[in-house]
Design a protein around this ligand. Structure first.
Ligand code: PSU
Ligand code: MN
Length: 315
């Protein structure tokens, strides 16, 4: 490793004692993001969910590491007070992706970390498994906007496996998969042959790889990094069927949200939070309920994968 050059990052990093103990004792850890708290869900559901997410990790025998930036410090593992602070401030906390991190640190600012930023901080802390709701992707209006989430490039270069429910259909699923293929990022369907569409458990896009067990997934991750191929892996876990929203129903709401977004001239990093909020409003909270359930399911799977991965790397 480039430790001579790289160890400087330590002076920006705060790993809380519980997570540090887990790292030292090689216990399974699951990294969690904070954009979903500040920009992905309204208060107080965001706080309730963040707390429940951490309990699900613990119930499955793991240690949660919620990641955020507070007062210019890279935080790995935050206290309940800090979580409450982030949840209450919501959109007043800046959404921080890769390129925003240095500014956030320099200004001693707070930041809600996206999938990309969470992967970066997670890998600095040597935590390879990360669970969330959905990753960013290629936007449907790509030809006009050139809008591709920085999450995808991060997956191409940072060694963290991301357990999610695919990308939501506010994005272009086939184009997102093409992009992932081009950059050599493995996508594993968990018990599914198609890319899950977030609120819906399936899509028209078939996947090349499927696994049925957490240990199979851990093995693929382990081999990829042994070889070593750099970069992340997407584990696509469909929303539990019970909470899946009918495709036609959700698609019409999404179409409407996209039209409204154009009208209001919403662009850049505001796009995803705007669409999420609009869809939640139009489905009268039904989409929010589904969103919460899929996150919990992803976190539970991630903890199992983390356990298996730990055992494998222990040899
Ligand atoms: N998808 C969701 N909920 C979210 C996000 C995506 O269902 O909260 C957030 C994640 O933090 C993701 C980010 O990394 O949006 C992507 O934003 P952008 O497209 O601006 O990169
Ligand atoms: Mn974008």
């Amino acid at each position: 490793m480039n430790n001579m050059h790289n160890s400087k990052f330590d002076s920006y990093l705060d790993i809380n004692s519980e997570v540090q103990n887990a790292i030292d004792n090689r216990e399974p850890i699951v990294a969690l993001e904070s954009t979903i708290i500040c920009h992905g869900m309204p208060f107080p559901k965001n706080l309730e969910t963040a707390i429940e997410v951490e309990s699900v990790v613990r119930e499955n025998g793991g240690i949660p590491a919620t990641i955020a930036i507070l007062d210019g410090r890279l935080k790995v593992g935050i206290s309940n007070e800090e979580m409450q602070f982030l949840a209450e401030k919501g959109k007043n906390i800046k959404k921080v992706s890769r390129r925003d991190i240095p500014f956030c640190l320099a200004n001693k600012d707070h930041g809600a970390t996206t999938v990309a930023a969470t992967m970066i901080i997670s890998s600095l802390a040597n935590i390879p498994i990360f669970a969330t709701g959905g990753i960013g992707g290629v936007h449907r209006d790509i030809n006009d906007s050139l809008d591709i989430s920085a999450d995808l490039q991060e997956l191409a270069q940072t060694n963290v496996a991301v357990i999610c429910s695919g990308v939501k259909s506010i994005l272009d699923i086939p184009k997102t998969l093409e992009y992932l293929e081009t950059f050599g990022i493995p996508v594993i369907g968990y018990k599914t042959k198609t890319m899950p569409a977030f609120y819906n458990s399936s899509s028209d896009s078939t996947l090349d790889h499927m696994c049925n067990k957490p240990e199979e997934i851990a093995k693929i991750i382990s081999i990829k990094w042994d070889i070593p191929q750099k970069g992340g892996i997407v584990i696509a876990n469909p929303i539990p069927e019970k909470y899946s929203i009918d495709k036609k129903e959700i698609d019409s709401v999404i179409e409407d949200a996209l039209i409204e977004m154009k009208k209001q001239n919403i662009t850049g990093k505001k796009t995803t939070p705007f669409l999420l909020e609009r869809v939640a409003k139009q489905t009268e909270g039904k989409s929010l309920k589904s969103n919460i359930q899929l996150v919990l399911s992803n976190v539970s799977l991630a903890t199992k994968i983390s356990k298996e991965f730990n055992q494998m790397s222990r040899g």
